[in-house]
Design a binder for this molecule. Sequence first.
Ligand SMILES: [Zn+2]
Length: 232
Amino acid sequence: MLGAWERGGGQNPIDRGLTLLALACPELSADELAALSIGERDRRLLALRETVFGPRMTGVVACTRCAEPLEFDFDAADLRVTGTPGPLALRVDGYELELRLPDSRDLLACAATVPADAPAALMQRCVLSARIDGVAANAASLPPELVQEAAQCLAQADPQADMRFALQCASCGHSWKAPFDIVRFLWAELEVWAVRMLQDVHALAGAYGWAERDILALGSTRRRHYLRMLNA
Ligand SMILES: [Zn+2]
């Protein structure tokens, strides 16, 4: 986890998601991790979060109407999407599209484009084949309404990629569904954890002269007890 924290420090959010994902799935290669759909990535990161830091998710967000800070507190299970995903094919107005779910490679490729063009660029990458009245069509020149429908189709086929939780502001009564970014949330927690861990290493190394490697190899229970004795 400390290695992931060091690697992720200089990374963009998409690569950082992959660094965290490698912790969740050490058996998969970098290419295999990058090829997981965003919903699958987030499902696995949610499971990692539960294993490492527990199921309760707490934090603070600003009300989208009155900007009052609002504490949230919910269970990781509330974010888990179950049910049958939608199909990856679309038939509209003579068009037939075959689609695939976006993955981290797609997000990385589209991060380099102008933000306004990113949704269209992403869709273009995710169209496996396009036909109009049975004749092959160019995925780059589909009508914008169709591109929008295709984007909706992908969202329904991978609902875990868009996690939301319900909030109600105690000050103004406004209620809404806030998006939940598991990469950003988990990363913030990992940073807090890593800094605390280094402080523990610093205290124990200074007091006992132990090496960092040996201190990290101690279980958290033993580490906590030594620290308590130091602070007694
Ligand atoms: Zn409010």
